[in-house]
Ligand binder design. Structure first.
Ligand code: 26Q
Length: 817
């Protein structure tokens, strides 16, 4: 149990033993470390109790395999889930410290890019809170998602040194280290009993060392584990190696270890066929699968029943080598026959698809794959051979089917095909997305194996994105309906009775205003821009990608600015357009879009003739910690992807939870948001997914027609190439102009239907403005959005994974306290 006085003493002691300092002498970072170690102490008891209970009750366990876990800061979240937040805040006050300031000392553990990585983090929170036995398995990247600096309007990537001061919430577990082998060749031997033996020889290997992070459930004493693997050389400068003249090999292994876990690939929704990326994938998968089997064997003698106690969820195709690795261990190390191993594997592995963007699909060149993972490649060849036989049996003589579904084809290994053919479940992440998978992208697979396909609409954890990120609103909600929403979000619908209540409306909007003040202060401190907290805060924060259409947003700002300049007396409700987005380091057009946003910001923010009616803010280094504050302060949630392209989206849910109103297309989970809140409480515009798909089938559309017939749009586009936002430089933004109208033969013009959706988007914005002018109407809409978000908790998503895919057993932790 938590005790304030013990805690204070523990903090003091920690500063002493860690830094040989008194609290008064300690730096803020040192205080953060001391506090975190004190919190870890409190966690450890529950962690031990949880693992002991798991050992006794032996529940089925999910291993959530993911290249990314975008955790965000742990301190505040852990304190809330331990029910110790208020007491620790008081304890620290008594010691003369502000908990918020100490929380700000923590680096964001950013071992992920965006939606997929953050989803994994929300899932871990829900799994622990619901009391399910779960491991997150991933990589301990030395450098996570890069830090973004904006210089002269351009994005600069700076390495994320999150481990610089040491991370207090991790625990190194060298006793669970595993060897992982790369390269070499496979020698086949005949055993006396006539069985074939496959031996990998002449390989390079590294040692995978796990670091465990506690995942604290909310108010239930459950502490699960996120296990991320670090790499070390196996023969840490073994002297005898030098003597034998194997110095070179020793250094090579050292370098291999260093490079494997060096850095997270900063591509979001984009595949890059890099050998190092495949090394990373196999590295953490081989270690994780070995660990899972070892753990299972400690308690169970019959490996054939592995799947009764273990399931692997593959977070997109990135961990799909797990399928072949499990086959390899079962056959080569456990001595099973192919059919036995296959039965276990196919009942263990399940796959989640997060995208239909063609450029995101993982297809590895055979050459690269087979060299790095010779035995794994053999196994995949055999899976492919048998799968093709199955296709032939079902569709005799149909070569088309083989061409479209084979795992190995055209010199490539197709990871999605491997995952679908070998797993027991394939799920999409929103209703619309799953339908598109079944009827378009994965149609052939769906027709062949319809039972595998299912939907799991994404969700988010209300504990981080309301309870922690928006404490005033969280308290207000609790004051009105009690605290059940914290673990049972659908309860939040009980707020609906307050939607028309004037006092409630005022309180709700006043909290929003306070949150806007907090964000305005942040913006002033970070951007030097003064924004009016009474203006409409219109926010688009997410990775920068053409399909997400930040370009549509900024072109519309340019249009509004033109309107104000042309009609200085027109009615216009002041607006603050807030952007936050990282672009993949090699994504030129995305980076140019950031430059455009900042260039427009420069002109508009400094034009005194418009009386501050529009402000444009680009928030540097958008990440989990500032996201929490941004959602809390938003009035309008921009969810404007080209319909059919955003698999789900999850920021849409975080905004909704915080009472922001969606301005969006009928894409991803927006569809379900509108279903829950009602069309009258959202602003929906633009092409529908079936229209987009139809256009695409016909080779696109003619944006030039729109350019020729609409002078507003033409004016905006001309401003891209007449130097308006580039100090007279007519070339700076030409690529963007070309992408919309083009010209270049390789690419369709306006692939993402920006001009097509432009006027409907502008019209939707006019409706936003009109609604905002009506204060009561807006307050009602905002309350109804918060009140209608119950479906979008990751607790619901996880419960559906458990009921329909994993079939885990629920566990209760009994503590002495
Ligand atoms: C692949 C190969 C090589 C390097 C990088 C990658 C890579 C990395 C990250 C490919 C894709 C990603 C990330 C994808 C992603 O974040 N998808 C998002 O997943 C969310 C959670 O389901 C959805 O809400 C979003 O709609 C979807 O875009």
């Amino acid at each position: 149990m938590f005790n304030k006085e013990t805690f204070k003493k523990s903090v003091k002691d920690n500063v002493k033993t860690l830094y040989r300092r008194t609290l008064e002498e300690a730096t803020p970072q040192q205080v953060f470390q001391a506090v975190s170690y004190a919190v870890k102490d409190v966690i450890i008891d529950d962690w031990l109790a949880t693992q002991k209970t798991y050992e006794q009750e032996d529940p089925k366990t999910v291993y959530y395999m993911s290249m990314e876990f975008l955790m965000g800061r742990a301190l505040g979240n852990n304190l809330l889930n331990l029910m110790a937040y208020d007491q620790v805040r008081e304890a620290l006050e008594e010691l003369g410290f502000d908990l918020n300031a100490i929380e700000d000392q923590e680096p964001d553990p950013a071992l992920g890019n965006g939606g997929l990585g953050r989803l994994a983090a929300c899932f871990l929170d829900s799994l622990a809170t619901l009391g399910y036995s779960a491991y997150g398995c991933g990589i301990r990247y030395r450098y996570g998602m890069f830090k973004q600096k904006i210089e002269n309007g351009y994005q600069i990537e700076v390495p994320d040194q999150w481990l610089k001061d040491g991370y207090p919430f991790e625990l190194r577990r060298p006793e669970y280290a595993k060897e992982v082998k790369f390269g070499g060749y496979v020698r086949v031997e005949m055993e006396p009993n006539g069985k074939m033996k496959f031996i990998q020889e002449n390989y390079q290997s590294v040692l995978a060392i796990p670091f465990d992070m506690p995942i604290v459930g909310y108010n239930n004493h459950v502490v699960n584990t996120l296990r991320i693997w670090d790499a070390e050389a196996i023969n840490n400068f073994q002297l005898d190696k030098f003597d034998k003249g194997e110095y070179h090999q020793a250094v090579e292994q050292e370098n291999l270890a260093k490079t494997i876990v060096e850095v997270l690939y900063p591509n979001d929704n984009h595949y890059a066929g890099k050998e190092l990326r495949l090394k990373q994938q196999y590295f953490f998968i081989s270690a994780s699968v070995q660990a899972a089997i070892e753990k299972y064997k400690k308690k169970h003698s019959d490996i054939h029943k592995f799947y009764e106690k273990v399931t692997f969820q593959l977070n997109d195709t990135h961990p799909t080598v797990a399928i072949a690795e499990l086959m390899r261990i079962l056959m080569d190390e456990e001595g099973l026959e192919w059919d036995e191993a296959w039965e276990i594997t196919t009942k263990t592995c399940a796959y989640t698809n997060h995208t239909i963007m063609a450029e995101a699909l993982e297809k590895w060149p055979i050459e690269l794959f087979s060299k790095l993972l010779p035995r794994i490649y053999q196994i995949i060849e055999e899976i492919n051979r048998r799968f093709i036989m199955e296709i032939q049996q079902k569709y005799p003589g149909n070569q088309e089917k083989i061409k479209k579904m084979a795992i190995i084809y055209d010199g490539q290994v197709k990871m999605a095909h491997l995952a679908i053919a070998s797993g027991y479940s394939v799920n999409g992440v929103a209703k619309l997305h799953t339908e598109i998978l079944k009827n378009q992208e994965l149609k052939d697979f769906y027709e062949m194996m319809p039972w595998k396909f299912n939907n799991k609409t994404n969700g988010i954890t209300q504990r981080r994105f309301l309870l922690h990120g928006n404490q005033p609103l969280a308290s207000w909600v609790t004051d009105h309906i009690g605290k059940e929403w914290i673990t049972d979000l659908p309860q939040i619908s009980r707020l609906k009775v307050y939607a028309d209540d004037e006092k409630a409306q005022q309180e709700f909007m006043n909290i929003k205003y306070q949150n806007k003040l907090r964000l305005a202060k942040y913006i002033y401190e970070h951007n030097g821009i003064e924004v009016d907290p009474r203006s409409i805060f219109d926010v688009q924060v997410k990775r920068l990608h053409e399909y997400k259409r930040q370009l549509l947003n900024i072109l519309h700002v340019m249009y509004l600015y033109n309107q104000i300049k042309e009609h200085p007396d027109m009615e216009f409700y002041p607006r603050t357009f807030i952007f936050g987005a990282k672009a993949a380091a090699g994504y030129r057009r995305a980076k140019l879009t950031i430059k455009l946003i900042n260039a427009v910001a420069d002109v508009v923010n400094n034009d005194t003739s418009i009386g501050g009616k529009i402000k444009v803010v680009f928030i540097e280094d958008y990440r989990v910690s500032n996201a929490e504050m941004i959602f809390a302060a938003a009035d309008v949630s921009e969810q404007i992807s080209t319909a059919s392209k955003e698999a789900s989206g999850t920021s849409n849910m975080k905004f909704m939870l915080n009472g922001a109103i969606t301005l969006g297309t009928m894409d991803g989970a927006n569809v379900e948001i509108v279903e829950e809140v009602g069309e009258e409480n959202a602003f929906i515009f633009g092409l529908r997914s079936d229209e987009v798909i139809q256009y695409e089938k016909n080779g696109g559309y003619y944006p030039m027609d729109i350019f020729n017939n609409d002078q507003d749009i033409r004016k905006v586009l001309m401003q891209l190439i007449n130097g308006t936002y580039a100090n007279g430089d007519m070339e700076m933004f030409r690529d963007i102009y070309d992408s919309l109208l083009n010209t270049k033969s390789s690419e369709r013009a306006d692939t993402y239907f920006i001009l097509k959706d432009f006027k409907p988007y502008a019209e939707a914005h006019r409706q936003v403005e009109a609604a905002y002018r009506d204060e009561k109407r807006w307050a009602k809409m905002a309350i109804l959005n918060t009140a209608s978000c119950g479906k979008f908790t990751s607790d619901r998503t996880i419960q559906q994974y458990v009921d329909e895919i994993w079939h885990l057993d629920k566990v209760q932790i009994v503590t002495e306290g």
